[in-house]
Design a protein around this ligand. Sequence first.
Ligand code: ADP
Ligand code: MG
Length: 244
Amino acid sequence: MAEKLLTVSHLNKNYGKKEVLHDINFSVDKGSVTVILGPSGSGKSTMIRCLNGLEDFHSGQIDFKGQVIQPGFKKWQPIRQNIGMVFQSYDLFPNRTVIDNILLGPLKVQKRSHEEALAQARQLLKEVQLTEYENVYPRQLSGGQKQRIAIVRALELNPEFILFDEVTASLDPEMVRGVLDVMLQLAQRKMTMIVVTHEMNFAKQIADNVIFLEDGKIIEKSVGRQFFDQPKTERAKEFLNSMD
Ligand code: ADP
Ligand code: MG
């Protein structure tokens, strides 16, 4: 049996009186890719943000490798060090070079040696084909390059898993492929990933598990390509048709 990295049980979240996540249950195996799909406003980002403590939740729990996280949990800091996150907006520090952006976390937070952290950063930059961009500023990069740097920055922390929230949504079409290819490589290397995306072909390629959300509820959970080839619910069928 695969090792469970994360188990979410009966999670509920409200914004004011509005319930945005309702009785969310799922688990993530180490080395697997979980793709979260659903229309805009269905709660995908909120769910992702609950998983690394950017949002609190109202009931239920998250079990992260035996550490139980319940509403009001305050000790996110050490856990968050094991969770990578890449957002739609690149959120690199504009006044720092690429290499400084990548090294900030490992040096300041993880207290690693400069030499060791730099060696890893250079290896990662090579893997995303951005070796020669070490000393440039984010504004000198294309959107696709910025997202590849944001992925490197997440990887440099050697996280247990990485959350990706629509990381190609603001990219020009010609930039999307390069970013998706980096994510496919990570999946092949068995990085545990939770991925929100609207790129259906990519989702079909990369998903070990699919969670389909609507109105804050999990409508469908599937394994592998099943969601795309044989959706179980009418809502999933309609969603897939709308994405063509
Ligand atoms: P998705 O990522 O699937 O588009 P979100 O998680 O961003 O959905 O949003 C889910 C619901 O929660 C939406 O109805 C949205 O308007 C609402 N929402 C998101 N963030 C906030 C917030 N900070 N305050 C109030 N409502 C919010
Ligand atoms: Mg979102």
